[in-house]
Design a protein around this ligand. Structure first.
Ligand code: GDP
Length: 313
C-alpha cells in the first residue's frame, strides 16, 4: 500500500532537498506534483485541497525563505501536514472507569471485522487485559462459528448464542420486520456484555453484522446495538482496498452509528490507498489501528507520524 505514492513523492522531494535556495516557483511546482500524486493515489479532492493549501501557505511564508536549508524545510512542512491529515496524534483506546470497557465493531461485510475482533483481543491480552468477544453478527450463521475460530486462535473466550439455535439465527435475519428472540443481535450483545461483567473480563469486543452495501436496516441495527450497550468505543472497520468507496462508506457509518475511531484493514494490499488517507480528515475521527494481513498478529496501533514517514521516505 502507498508504494506508488511514496515513490512519486520521493522523486519530487529529491530535487528539492538538494536545493540551497528555493524560489516561489519551485514551491509551486512541488505543490503541483504533490497534488497530482495524491489525486492519482485516490486521495479525495477536498482532502487534497485542504492539504495543498496548508502546505502552500506555510511554504511560501517566511518559514521556508529564512530556513537554513529551504528544500528540507518544505519536505518537513509536507510531513507535518500529512501527519495532521492522518489525525495528528495516536489516539489510544478510551478505557471505561468501570470495567468492562465495551468496544463495538461496525463496518461492511467483508471489511475484516471478525478477523479484527481476534487481533484486537489478542493484542489487548498482550497488554495485560482480559478481553472477551461477543458474536452479535447473526446475519450469517457462519459468522458466529467464524468468530469462535478466531477467538480460539487468539486465545480469547467468545460469547455466542446457543449453538444450533437455527431458529434464533433466522429471527436475527428477519430483524426489522418485528421479529425478536434469542437470536436477536441486540439481546445477544447485551447478554454478552453482562456475561463479561459477570466473569470480570475488563474489555468486551462486540462483533456486529455487516452487509455488502450500506442499507438503512443494517445501519438501524448497528445504531440499536449502540444504544443498547452504550460502548466506550465504536470502531469502524474499513477495507482500505475499496478505493473511494471507503470514504463514502465512512461518511455513511459516521452518520449512522457515530463511530469513535477507525480501523484500516487490508493495508497489506497493493491498492493505491489514498482513500484511507482521506478518512480521518473527512469524518473527523481518528484512525486508531491498522490491520495488515490475515493472521492474528497482523495488527498495529496506527501512528500518524510513522505512517507519514513511511509514505514520504
Ligand atoms: P467481516 O465480514 O467484516 O467480519 O470480515 P472478515 O473478518 O470475515 O474478513 C473478510 C476477509 O478478509 C477474510 O477472508 C479475511 O481473512 C480477510 N482479511 C481480514 N483482514 C485482513 C487484512 O488485514 N489483510 C488481508 N489481506 N486480508 C484480511
Amino acid at each position: 500500500m502507498f508504494n506508488n505514492l511514496s515513490d512519486r513523492l520521493t522523486l519530487t522531494f529529491k530535487n528539492l532537498r538538494s536545493k540551497g535556495r528555493v524560489t516561489d516557483s519551485d514551491i509551486n511546482a512541488t505543490i503541483r506534483d504533490i497534488r497530482v500524486a495524491l489525486l492519482d493515489a485516490d486521495v479525495s479532492l477536498p482532502v487534497v485541497r485542504a492539504f495543498t493549501s496548508r502546505v502552500r501557505e506555510r511554504a511560501l511564508g517566511a518559514e521556508v525563505h529564512e530556513a537554513l536549508n529551504p528544500g528540507q524545510q518544505v519536505v518537513k512542512i509536507v510531513n507535518d501536514e500529512l501527519v495532521e491529515i492522518l489525525g495528528g496524534q495516536t489516539r489510544p483506546i478510551r478505557l471505561a472507569k468501570q470495567p468492562p470497557t465495551v468496544i463495538m465493531l461496525a463496518g461492511l461485510q467483508g471489511s475484516g471485522k471478525t478477523t479484527l475482533a481476534g487481533k484486537l483481543g489478542y493484542w489487548l491480552k498482550q497488554q495485560g487485559h482480559t478481553p472477551m468477544l461477543v458474536a452479535a453478527d447473526l446475519q450469517r450463521p457462519n459468522a458466529v462459528t467464524q468468530l469462535e475460530v478466531v477467538g480460539e486462535r487468539a486465545g480469547v473466550p467468545v460469547f455466542a448464542p446457543e449453538r444450533g439455535n437455527v431458529a434464533g439465527y433466522d429471527a436475527a435475519v428477519e430483524y426489522g420486520s418485528g421479529t425478536r428472540g434469542y437470536g436477536d443481535p441486540i439481546t445477544v450483545a447485551r447478554q454478552g456484555v453482562a456475561e463479561a461483567q459477570r466473569q470480570q473480563r475488563d474489555v468486551v469486543i462486540v462483533d456486529t453484522a455487516g452487509r455488502l452495501a450500506i442499507d438503512t436496516e443494517l445501519m438501524q441495527q448497528a445504531a440499536d446495538i449502540r444504544s443498547a450497550i452504550e460502548p466506550d468505543e465504536v470502531l469502524f472497520v474499513v477495507d482500505a482496498m475499496i478505493g473511494q468507496a471507503a470514504v463514502d462508506t465512512a461518511v455513511a457509518f459516521s452518520d449512522g452509528v457515530d463511530f469513535t475511531g477507525v480501523v484500516l484493514s487490508k493495508l497489506d494490499g497493493d491498492a493505491r490507498g489514498g482513500a484511507a488517507l482521506s478518512i480521518a480528515h473527512v469524518t473527523g475521527r481518528p484512525i486508531m489501528f491498522a490491520s495488515t494481513g490475515e493472521q492474528t498478529k497482523d495488527f498495529e496501533v496506527f501512528h500518524p507520524d510513522r505512517m507519514a514517514s513511511r509514505i514520504l521516505d
